[in-house]
Design a protein around this ligand. Structure first.
Ligand SMILES: NC(=O)c1ccc[n+]([C@@H]2O[C@H](COP(=O)([O-])OP(=O)(O)OC[C@H]3O[C@@H](n4cnc5c(N)ncnc54)[C@H](O)[C@@H]3O)[C@@H](O)[C@H]2O)c1
Ligand SMILES: CC(C)[C@H](C(=O)O)[C@@H](O)C(=O)O
Ligand SMILES: [Mg+2]
Length: 351
């Protein structure tokens, strides 16, 4: 029996994870689901944002489903030594699982372009996959410190790190429209120069059927919202991918519909890309679509159950059409939306 570890975390994390778990129980009733602590709450209870008990539970898990971690800007958690902060728990989790490739799909489903603040003709049919490198770059380099009134972080990548995530992007493009745009800042940064060189060399050696081009991150930040249909797969490093994926959430209309899958050496990690949304936490109004779609990605990539995954995607699309949540300009709260998904799961697919 497959085992899934859920890590609800902080803020709206428990609210959206509960919705995703309801959906998982419906479409995969044979799966064992075990809940564990992470983030600020875990620090409060266990003095560690990624407690040993959570690490142990992950050892024999087939996949992990995360909610969100972190507090508001004025939270006392932000004054803790960095390794004890909620976000450090999440970064340690990603490292523990060896999840180096973060897949962040950006899709405007048929008939849902009205949920986008962009013109319908720009949003219609958008289907981008952002492949974000997740274990390297400026996030993880240990050459970092605050030294009086000077602070340092280091962006460093090695060829093996670039190649392993680029392979995932090329593999994904092979299942899609065969195009990869590698995003960097090679006009300024040596790290990007190496990134570009290695991605191009890998394409020329092993993926000659893929159309690869290179663009600068500042330009992509404009083009991805001005003309999103020009992109198929976007491959980029950790920090650029973090920023571009929140920006790309504008296309479908909200961070609340943006799921992700983090893949690598072992069990995958599945999580919405949004944060703990302290401004709405506890009100029961968070959009659980991103968490439910992340459970769908877990079924697809983690448990290799594409039929169940498609079933979930379709149910979420119906619920978004009929009961959009407040972040999308609708009225549905978390409960109403989740009910709508569960109801849609019960109706047979047409066509
Ligand atoms: N993966 C994660 O756990 C993760 C990701 C991003 C931010 N964070 C943390 O979350 C905290 C808050 O960060 P932030 O405010 O910059 O970003 P955020 O993503 O939490 O919120 C940004 C805005 O989007 C809205 N929003 C986000 N998700 C939503 C949803 N599902 N439904 C409706 N509205 C939603 C919020 O209400 C807010 O107005 C910080 O502590 C940050 O470090 C965690
Ligand atoms: C909370 C933070 C560590 C995280 C990141 O920067 O990767 C978040 O912003 C995300 O996008 O998952
Ligand atoms: Mg982010």
């Amino acid at each position: 029996m497959p085992k899934i570890v859920t890590l609800p975390g902080d803020g709206i994390g428990p609210e959206v994870t509960a919705a995703a778990v309801e959906v998982l129980r419906e479409v995969a009733p044979d799966v064992t689901i075990e809940e564990h602590a992470i983030g600020g709450g875990a620090y409060e209870d266990h003095a560690d944002p990624f407690p040993q008990r959570t690490r142990d539970a992950l050892k024999d898990a087939d996949a992990a489903l995360l909610g969100t971690v972190g507090g508001a800007h004025d939270s006392a958690w932000n004054k803790l030594p960095r390794h004890l902060r909620p976000e450090s728990g999440l970064l340690a989790l990603r490292r523990e699982l060896g999840c180096y490739a973060n897949l962040r799909p950006v899709r405007v489903l048929p008939g849902l372009e009205h949920l986008s603040p962009l013109k319908a003709e720009i949003a219609r049919g958008v289907d981008i996959l952002i492949v974000r490198e997740l274990l390297g770059g400026i996030y993880f380099d240990q050459d970092r410190r605050i030294d009086g009134d000077t602070a340092y972080n280091t962006m460093r990548y090695t060829t093996p790190e670039v190649e392993r995530v680029a392979k995932v992007a090329f593999w994904a493009a092979e299942q899609r429209r065969g195009r990869v745009t590698s995003v960097d800042k090679a006009n300024v940064l040596e790290v990007s120069e190496l990134w570009r060189r290695d991605v191009q060399a890998l394409r020329d050696r092993d993926y000659r059927s893929i159309h690869l081009n290179h663009e600068y991150v500042d330009s992509v930040a404009m083009l991805v919202v001005a003309n999103p249909s020009r992109y198929d797969v976007i491959l980029t490093e950790n920090l650029f991918g973090d920023i571009l994926s929140d920006l790309a959430a504008v296309i479908p209309g909200s961070l609340g519909v943006m799921p992700s899958a983090s893949l690598g050496d072992g069990a995958g990690l599945f999580e919405p890309i949004h944060g703990s949304a302290p401004d709405i936490a506890g009100q029961g109004v968070a959009n659980p679509a991103a968490a439910i779609l992340s459970a769908g990605m877990l079924l697809r990539h983690g448990l290799k159950r594409p039929d169940a995954a498609n079933h979930v995607d379709r149910a979420v699309a119906i619920a978004l059409r009929e009961h959009p949540t407040r972040d999308l300009g609708g009225k549905a709260d978390t409960r109403t939306f989740t009910h709508a998904v569960l109801e849609a799961l019960g109706t047979p697919a047409v066509g």
